[in-house]
Write a protein that binds this ligand. Structure first.
Ligand code: NI
Length: 185
């Protein structure tokens, strides 16, 4: 496995709508290797999610995982999602902090759907459907945006909460229930 360079805001691939992966393309050894490398890259960057455009490939694929070191059962297991779609569950949006591995060291408040249904293929091309809420639903909305060329800054209704990470940790973070919430995606 290998870690891959993460591209940053300003690279046009982050503004390019990604294209779906066929089951045949997904089955190729090189694509399976790429998925492993994306997972390793996410871990190495201490992120909780990574979408293919962030490693320079405009493909509809993302991975996410969030470990909770204090309460392991609260963690979010590794998920690989190919050609994902979401169906939001009706309800009030939830506002919470987000960061992005392609926009290092910034955090901002972003409204997201509180709950949704995720439909996608796994890395073996098998379809799955999952009802998600909370932090996992937020990660999935952030990653799906990457596949459509959208960054979390675009989702901020106003920019006054935008903060550098160290200042945010000092002044704005507040008591977090889950350390992984500090992490970028
Ligand atoms: Ni991101």
């Amino acid at each position: 496995m290998a870690t891959l360079p993460i591209v940053r805001m300003g690279n046009p691939v982050l503004r390019t709508p990604a294209i779906p992966l066929s089951p045949k393309a997904l089955a190729a050894p090189a694509m399976q290797q790429l998925i492993d490398d994306m997972v390793e890259t996410m871990h190495d960057a201490e992120g909780v999610g990574l979408a293919a455009p962030q490693i320079g490939l405009a493909l509809r694929l993302f991975v996410y995982q969030a470990d909770d070191e204090e309460v392991p059962e609260n963690g979010i297991p590794l998920c690989v999602a190919i050609n994902p779609t979401i169906e939001p569950v009706a309800g009030e949006p939830v506002v919470d902090w987000e960061g992005c591995l392609s926009i290092p060291d910034l955090r901002g408040l972003v409204p997201r759907h509180a709950a949704l249904r995720l439909r996608a293929m796994d890395r073996h091309g098998v379809g799955f459907e999952r009802a998600l809420e909370g932090f996992e639903a937020r990660i999935v909305q952030h990653e799906l945006d990457h596949l459509d060329g959208v960054l979390f800054l675009d989702r901020m209704p106003e920019l006054s909460s935008l903060a550098f990470l160290d200042e945010w940790q000092g002044f704005l973070r507040g008591p977090a229930d889950f350390d992984a919430r500090d992490k970028a995606e």
